[in-house]
Design a protein around this ligand. Structure first.
Ligand SMILES: [Zn+2]
Length: 199
């Protein structure tokens, strides 16, 4: 539709999740009219995110060093481990201010239709952490949808022989949704009201 670079930019933006053709066009023209200093900063941030961000070797949250900020924090307890699907869920739980334990980021949820099984998630790494023996409670904070529930049940069964209390967040979260869409008060309450998973 347009010539050269502006069309390339619209095409690139249109490939991003949640950005339709109209938004892509609007953002592209916004960038075109923006201050060159702002655009330069944006471009260098894009490069930096690919060059310097990596995954924490313990919990698989995003990190800028070998360990993420949360794993490095000596004030947090090792006794409670919160399992989430994605790094964005760590941010959602942190926003509630309710949790002082550690995290484990699975990298998704069990989804047979998309060919994602337990081996495609960081479950083996989770079991290694649990075998170390400090964790007393495992909070299964996977998303409140079919895949998240299936993953939570799978993990609860897996840890059952280990004498670790597996808990699930209280109901009240928007069902079928994503953890990150819950507001912090709702998520904070769901956290406080968590219950032991009965199997
Ligand atoms: Zn970490």
């Amino acid at each position: 539709m347009y010539e050269g670079a502006i069309q390339d930019l619209i095409d690139e933006l249109g490939r991003l999740p949640g950005i339709g053709p109209k938004s892509a066009q609007r953002i592209a023209f916004h960038i075109l009219s923006a201050d060159p200093i702002d655009v330069k900063r944006f471009a260098s941030t894009l490069e930096r995110v690919k060059n310097s961000v990596r995954f924490c070797t313990v919990c698989f949250n995003v990190a800028e060093a070998e360990l993420c900020r949360i794993c490095r924090d000596p004030r947090r307890t090792d006794e409670i481990l919160c399992v989430v699907e994605e790094p964005k869920d760590v941010v959602a739980v942190e926003r509630t201010g309710e949790f002082r334990g550690r995290y484990h980021v699975l990298g998704g949820a069990i989804n047979p239709l998309e060919g994602i099984g337990p081996d495609n998630l960081r479950i083996r790494e989770l079991m290694v952490r649990l075998a170390a023996g400090s964790v007393q409670e495992l909070i299964l904070a996977t998303d409140p949808n079919t895949e998240g529930e299936a993953t939570a049940t799978y993990l609860a069964l897996l840890v059952k022989p280990m004498r670790i209390r597996a808990t699930r967040l209280a109901s009240g979260l928007p069902v079928g949704g994503d953890l990150e869409y819950a507001d912090e008060i709702t998520l904070g309450r769901a956290f406080e009201g968590r219950r032991t998973v009965e199997l």
